[in-house]
Design a protein around this ligand. Sequence first.
Ligand code: AMP
Ligand code: MN
Ligand code: MN
Ligand code: MN
Length: 278
Amino acid sequence: MTQYQYDLHTHSTASDGALSPTELVARAAQQGVTHLALTDHDGTEGIEEARQAAAAKGIELIPGVEISVSWSGGTVHIVGLQLDITNPALQQGLSGLRDYRRQRARQIANKLEKAGIPGALEGAARYASETMLGRVHFARFLVDNGHATDMKDVFKRFLVKNKPGYVSGQWASLEDALGWIHAAGGQAVVAHPARYKMTNSKRRRLLREFSSLGGAGIEVSSGNQHPEEVRVMAKLAQEFELLASCGSDFHSPDHAWIELGRMVTMPPFVTPIWTQWH
Ligand code: AMP
Ligand code: MN
Ligand code: MN
Ligand code: MN
């Protein structure tokens, strides 16, 4: 019997990942992943290359995206899976988000300049693809120029609330994000639901709203997650009658604690999202 292994949340150089789509697919295949979703932030530019690489390696590539959403005063991430990436509504929506990213990048750079760090916009852009500029690119610039020791340090001291370089994001609405995913024939999944700093009652409100908008699932198992937390997320999936997804959220081989395809196994009482695919 063939053993399938799913990783339904990953990043490439088309957003803030360190590996090109081809390198990512090769690493996934090496790790035994049989079904890989490429889910770059707010764009699908890496999908075509990943599709070709996956065909060559004999693994299945699921076209995906991770959409930045502003909800109830904070940012949440919604993954779209099994997308028709040629859909105009999806691409228009994503293109608007990337425009906003450029605007936000200028604001971040201005704030850093006021904090005594000039040249951050050009600096960050050197680490980014042409399409998507994000906080990770600023982080690399800040680390490489000696303003912080590593990724963890830089996200503690610069790019978060009440620190220099913080800009509160103005992303898509939950309704729009799900609308684009559904227009493209895809399924919407709440990314890493345990990671948001929100009360449990707020998390439930998010899932209720997500569900009522036709959302399909939540990531029950995410990279580097504690087994107990996975259980709690599985219970939530069960309670809200949502399908269960799992994804490493792999960004880079440098983060040794997160590897492609390596996640805590989901409890048997959830319904994996891929049961609807085969
Ligand atoms: P952005 O969408 O541009 O605001 O950037 C969000 C991305 O920054 C996430 O997807 C992560 O890749 C990265 N990130 C956010 N917080 C942290 C953190 N504390 N440590 C490392 N990376 C982080
Ligand atoms: Mn990221
Ligand atoms: Mn995310
Ligand atoms: Mn992600």
